[in-house]
Design a protein around this ligand. Structure first.
Ligand SMILES: [Zn+2]
Length: 459
């Protein structure tokens, strides 16, 4: 047998088996198998990965498209993802209309431009979304839906949405449990408390990241987590808590898991590297806010002990200019996909906090399993040949321009981080090599994450 590609002499980072010295053979975009060094079948191309660590292609399960450049972001932000070693991204799609009416156009924009594989979580905000949820699963292959506990009543209507409440949330989880194999991503925030705290925080004249945190203190996250878990357990639904940021909330999840374990938890790189004393002004505005140094320590503990399942970016590709104002009016979030791995290697692995297999689990097998990304997050035979070659000792300064996001800054700008991806391979094709994009927009495929009936999506 002759295969297309053999990656030889590398160290495979397997979330379960650990570090293994094996060669990987690839044919027709799929992994053929792993072989003792030198024992792989003949190949058209042999790639010598001596000194490199070979990860399954990385997955960013939390990105946002369309905040600034709705269409072209599919080009720039997926190239940026490839720069960071990512072969798959899941974007949040938010519309107040029926997804049956808006999916095809969004899909077409993405399908023509994406350089890496992509999928969507749909945000559910209306009764119609609730009624049509099963259709979204079968027609679009989407099996994760986002609910914002903070888009309540007036707050939701202000954003052009219907404005929901706990009754809607209850019905949503009930529906998800009925359909089965569906995960509800829950933004946990008690907006009624936040509105009150926010008024007093603004009235006190504060304009720092600490004041921003005071408007959304840890209890407002923890209490919502408890409520979401109580609803989920009662109804038998599966929930996923994105961007967890506080020890208080994480401790509640740990407590609850003893009685109900269908809950997954994600944190983001910035909650591992920045606290409320970060001296970067409104650049550091995110929701949830940067927390205390103890909360940062808690996030690392959660990654190490397994209570946090996924690290994802919450990538928002707006320009720096949208941050250069008071903390109350600055935009929220920042770009993040391409720096996830260097942050976890530099501050996690090289600091003795996380093993390489654990980092691989957080960025590959865990999101693939939770979000039913078939063929992804694994280097087992038959998987997509999504492979990220990593030089864990490479030191490089973070240069936003070189990483290629439409946004023009990074939280880590100018910082020297140790550990970078040097080659990103998607379904057997190299799409990024040594910081140069070698893939093409439109190569990225849509990720169907549940059985889709009828014709293929978007056709
Ligand atoms: Zn987000």
């Amino acid at each position: 047998m002759n295969c297309d590609l053999v990656i030889s002499n590398g160290t495979i980072v397997d979330p379960v088996e650990g570090l293994v010295h094996r060669d990987i053979a690839v044919s027709s975009g799929l992994v053929v198998g792993q072989f003792m060094p030198g024992h792989a079948p003949d190949a058209t191309e042999i790639l010598d990965a001596t000194g490199m660590h070979v990860f399954p292609g990385l997955i960013d399960a939390h990105v946002h498209f369309g905040f600034a450049q709705p269409i072209t972001e599919y080009s720039s932000e997926t190239a940026y993802a490839a720069q960071g070693g990512f072969t798959s991204v899941l974007g949040y799609f938010l519309s107040s209309e029926s997804y049956k009416d808006v999916f095809d156009a969004e899909f077409a924009h993405a399908r023509q431009r994406a350089l890496v594989d992509f999928g969507f979580h749909f945000s559910v905000t209306s009764e119609r979304h609730l009624e049509e949820m099963n259709d979204y699963v079968t027609r679009f292959g989407v099996n994760s839906f986002k609910y914002f506990m903070n888009f309540k009543g007036e707050e939701g209507r202000y954003l052009g949405l219907d404005g929901t409440d706990d009754g809607y949330f209850y019905a949503l989880l009930e529906r998800a449990a009925e359909i089965g194999e569906v995960t509800i991503v829950v933004h946990t925030e008690n907006i009624e408390l936040v509105n009150r705290f926010r008024r007093s925080s603004i009235m006190s004249g504060g304009d720092t990241l600490k004041d921003w945190n005071l408007s959304k203190p840890n209890f407002t996250e923890a209490e919502s987590v408890i409520r979401a878990l109580a609803f989920a357990e009662h109804l038998g639904a599966t929930i996923y808590i994105p961007h967890i940021s506080t020890r208080m909330a994480l401790d509640e999840v740990r407590r609850w898991r003893d009685r109900y374990d269908r809950v997954y938890v994600e944190t983001c790189p910035h909650y591992l590297t920045h606290d409320w004393d970060a001296d970067i002004g409104a650049i550091g505005k995110a929701n949830p806010p940067f927390r205390s140094p103890d909360d940062v320590a808690a996030m690392w503990e959660g990654l190490a002990d397994g209570s946090i399942d996924v690290v994802a970016s919450d990538h928002v590709p707006r320009k720096r200019a949208t941050k250069e104002t008071s903390v109350w009016s600055a935009s929220q979030g920042f770009p993040g996909t391409a720096t996830i791995l260097p942050v976890l290697l530099h501050h996690g692995y090289h600091a003795g906090r996380l093993s390489l297999p654990r980092i691989a689990e957080l960025l590959t097998s865990s999101p693939a399993r939770i979000f039913s990304m078939n063929g992804k997050g694994s280097l087992a035979p038959g998987s997509d040949a999504d492979i990220t070659l990593v030089d864990i000792d490479k030191v490089k300064n973070v240069d936003p321009e070189a990483l290629g996001s439409w946004s023009d800054y990074s939280l880590y700008e100018g910082q020297a981080l140790k550990g970078w991806p040097i080659r990103t391979i998607l379904r057997g094709q190299t799409v990024m090599l040594d910081g140069t994009i070698t893939g093409e927009g439109g190569y990225g495929r849509y990720l169907t994450r549940s059985p889709v009936s009828g014709s293929s999506v978007g056709s």
